[in-house]
Design a binder for this molecule. Structure first.
Ligand code: FMN
Length: 185
């Protein structure tokens, strides 16, 4: 039962830029969801690969169901946590496609966003993300680059969570982001 005086839970929507089955970016988001602060739900959005290719002709009512779902989730979220790899010196096409579908709605307007990376590689894609996010008037309130990746490239969530230094660092980044979100509302 929810008590009327209970503070509302915050919703953070995790957006992964990789569709790859053992994606390090997705593993980072999944590990983060396991150590989210009390009162915060981190939902890992899995629909990037289901979105149709963006075409302005289709950006009219009735919108494709997958686009309606994405926009509704973004609209409902208190903040977005983006973790995205770099492909050919840019944002991976499928993820850029998802971002393009968000241009036509107003859900991104003033939305607090954190951009994370599992490693120091990929700074060109991060710079491109900043441009796109500013274009849709989102507010980039935090960025975090993991200083280590315990267990190597094929590390699983449990490998990361076992490393107390890693979890401490990521929890710190999450706390920072959640504080920024709460200061918004
Ligand atoms: C097609 C392709 C292009 C890539 N291009 C770049 C690049 O331009 N710069 C870079 O730093 N890494 C590049 N990479 C490496 C990926 O960014 C890196 O492997 C990343 O960890 C993949 O993310 P994931 O583990 O979440 O799938 C590329 C990888 C692929 C498959």
């Amino acid at each position: 039962m929810t008590c009327a005086s209970e503070p509302r839970r915050a919703l953070v929507l995790g957006l992964c830029g990789s569709l790859r089955a053992g994606s390090t970016n997705r593993t980072l988001l999944m590990a983060a969801s396991r150590i989210a602060p009390n009162g915060v739900d981190l939902l890992d959005y899995r629909g990037v690969g289901d979105l149709p290719h963006y075409n302005p002709d289709d950006d009219v009512d009735p919108l494709p169901a997958s686009v309606v779902q994405l926009r509704a989730l973004v609209g409902k979220a208190d903040g977005l946590l983006v973790s995205c790899p770099e492909y050919a010196a840019g944002i991976p096409g499928a993820f850029k496609n998802a971002l393009d579908w968000l241009v036509g709605g107003d859900e991104m307007h003033a939305k607090p966003v954190a951009i994370w990376r599992p490693s120091s590689r990929g700074e060109v894609a991060t710079a491109a993300l900043r441009l796109v996010l500013r274009m849709v008037a989102a507010r980039i309130v935090d960025e975090h680059v993991c200083s280590s990746w315990p267990g190597g490239r094929s590390a699983r969530v449990e490998d990361l969570l076992r490393d107390t230094a890693w979890t401490g660092e990521v929890r710190g980044a999450l706390d920072r982001f959640c504080d920024a979100i709460q200061n918004e509302t």
